[in-house]
Design a protein around this ligand. Structure first.
Ligand SMILES: NC(=O)C1=CN([C@@H]2O[C@H](COP(=O)(O)OP(=O)(O)OC[C@H]3O[C@@H](n4cnc5c(N)ncnc54)[C@H](OP(=O)(O)O)[C@@H]3O)[C@@H](O)[C@H]2O)[C@@H](O)CC1
Ligand SMILES: Nc1ncnc2c1ncn2[C@@H]1O[C@H](COP(=O)(O)OP(=O)(O)O)[C@@H](O)[C@H]1O
Ligand SMILES: [K+]
Length: 525
């Protein structure tokens, strides 16, 4: 694992820090090093003619900010300090004393503060555990209302390091320079309006210390999906000697007369995955429309209900004159079911759940599952199941699970159901039943649009179908599909703005993501 992948809680970071200090690294030397790295990064953002306001808190986050301020000062920047606390940690106090000796202006009241071009937020880091109140809360609100960009050190002051909750009030940063390892709170959806652009400042924590803390007591790991992890999971390059059935055999079960588009979008998502064989079971009346959009796919027309939903799957063994193709559920390497199904006929879900290959359930398959009883049905499955709810579906499936901490919520849902749970949203989180979590750190609100989830289901189905479960953990493939889907959204939004990413456009950008990554790779050679 690379440093970019690890995600830590405040307690884990403190344990790692303790190991480093116990091994002999002086605390002051580490603060100096971290401050120096932040300063170097700031030099690339802020030109020396600018004035920078430094917000310094009582703990070591404040100490970091004071080191940064001092370096900015010695390199010709105009700076001032806001430090309203009467009690400072010792090291922070020493840095403050030195800053004062340099006659850098220091203030305790916000109404005394001069103008500036940037603010550096070092009020609180991972040591914040209780609500911010009174004059400090008022000061944070004041800084948020000023027009300067704010650069937060480690985490925007006021956010809970693990849950990303706002403790009273919080700095709304333009940038957050997270120190050493990614803090879990920065990857929580509720932190998004506060964190701005995030980046990791690597100050060389030894991997042995990270593993010693994170691998302790088999605590499940929380990981960040990165480009490197995602690309390493793709079924590329293809083996030279292969054939279509070796490159995955996917069955999609989707669509209804009411939601015909859902089936097409799921099919187009699957197409982009490169899957060897694609079959799509839809109500008979949708067949010709699907054929015209996906001529390479085998479209299986199913008997339909009066309202135009799939009435039953023409499974091998059933006798029917009207059906031209029978489905053998056990001939596929993956089945994905749900987009556009409607809840008109709930009886097909228990039948599909019997299949022996990995199964993805999405959209109406999840709503039906919630109606039939999620946990008993999923627990009976013999191979991997992936469920892909958005928030509404999640709450219907798991009404009793506390949703405040999405990471915990998705872990609990996966543990209870025995399925891999992909909780969609601005920061999609994926958990396996053992509680290992992947978080997708980069996406775009352009994807908040009908049909983009259908595309993900198809893409994920196609990828899973190509990668045998014995070669890679299913959740790793789920993480890759999530990354790929978001990156396509980002690419499409760059080309067409956030308003231009309809689900069809999204499907047209999926392969461009890989093209870009692979041309970068070749360019490096
Ligand atoms: N880990 C590492 O490897 C490295 C860590 N480094 C840096 O250290 C930071 C962590 O430092 P930290 O532990 O001193 O905590 P920090 O967040 O500065 O503040 C805690 C202080 O705030 C106070 N306080 C708390 N709540 C409050 C409230 N509501 N309202 C008012 N006051 C409140 C609390 O005082 P208390 O009143 O509880 O005694 C305490 O004094 C970390 O984020 C990073 O920047 C780097 O320098 C080097 C590498
Ligand atoms: N604000 C957002 N930022 C980033 N991604 C988002 C946001 N809102 C939704 N998405 C993504 O868009 C997709 C929406 O899926 P879903 O709600 O199932 O849509 P549909 O059912 O209409 O296809 C998911 O992959 C989700 O993670
Ligand atoms: K901070």
């Amino acid at each position: 694992m690379t440093k970019e992948q690890f995600v830590v809680t405040a307690a884990q970071m403190r344990d790692i820090e303790t190991r480093i200090f116990t091994a002999g690294m002086p605390v002051a030397a580490l603060m100096e090093k971290v401050g120096g790295l932040i300063f170097q990064r700031l030099q690339t953002i802020i030109s020396p003619d600018k004035c920078v306001g430094i917000l310094a808190g009582p703990g070591h986050n404040g100490g970091d900010a004071l080191v940064v301020g001092r370096e900015l000062y010695f390199h010709g920047y105009k700076i001032w300090i806001y430090q309203p606390f009467s009690k400072l940690k010792e090291l922070t106090s020493q840095h403050f004393q030195y800053i004062q000796s340099l006659e850098i202006p220091c203030y305790q009241q916000i109404n005394e503060l001069p103008n500036c071009d940037f603010l550096i937020d070092g009020l609180f880091g991972f040591g914040l555990e209780r609500e911010i109140t009174d004059s400090i809360a008022a000061a944070i609100n004041h800084f948020n209302q000023r027009n300067q960009p704010i650069i937060s050190i480690d985490i925007p002051s006021g956010l809970h390091t693990d849950t990303g909750e706002v403790l009273g009030t919080a700095i709304q940063a333009s940038y957050t320079f997270c120190l050493g390892l990614w803090k879990q709170g920065l990857l929580q959806e509720q932190a998004l309006p506060y964190v701005g652009k995030t980046e990791l400042i690597d100050f060389h924590i030894p991997l042995t210390d990270i593993h010693a803390v994170l691998d302790k007591d088999n605590v499940p790991q929380i990981k960040r999906i990165t480009k490197t992890t995602a690309l390493s999971t793709l079924p590329l390059p293809r083996p030279l000697i292969t054939h279509k059935y070796k490159q995955g055999n996917l069955l999609l079960i989707c669509g209804s007369r009411r939601y015909a588009g859902g089936a097409i979008l799921t099919g187009l998502g699957a197409r982009a995955s490169g899957v060897g064989m694609l079959s799509i079971a839809v109500p008979e009346s949708l067949k010709m429309s699907l054929v015209s959009h996906l001529p390479e796919a085998l479209i299986i027309g199913c008997p339909e209900t009066e309202k135009g939903a799939i009435a039953n799957l023409p499974l091998v063994g059933c006798v029917s004159d009207s059906v031209t193709h029978l489905i053998d559920l056990n001939s596929f390497t993956t089945i994905a079911c749900g987009p556009g199904l409607t809840k008109d006929n709930i009886s097909i879900i228990p039948e599909i759940i019997e299949c022996e290959c990995p199964l993805i359930l999405d959209a109406d398959a999840l709503n039906i599952l919630a109606q039939l009883g999620t946990i008993p049905l999923l627990k009976s499955r013999k191979s991997g199941t992936v469920i892909t709810p958005h928030t509404g579906e999640f709450k219907r499936l798991f009404p009793h699970i506390d949703y405040t901490n999405r990471v915990k919520a998705v872990q609990t849902a996966a543990h209870e159901s025995g399925a891999i749970v992909l909780l969609k949203g601005a920061r999609t989180a994926i958990s396996n039943p053992q509680g290992s979590v992947w978080i997708n750190p980069e996406s775009t609100p352009a994807l908040a649009r009908g049909g983009s989830g259908d595309v993900l289901t198809g893409l994920l189905g196609g990828l899973l179908a190509q990668i045998p479960p014995q070669e890679l953990a299913i959740e790793d493939v789920v993480a890759t599909a999530t990354w790929w889907h978001s990156q396509a959204g980002i690419l499409a939004a760059q080309a067409r703005t956030e308003l231009g990413v309809d689900a069809f456009t999204l499907t047209q950008h999926l392969l461009q993501v890989l093209k870009r990554q692979y041309s970068e790779r070749y360019a490096l050679k």
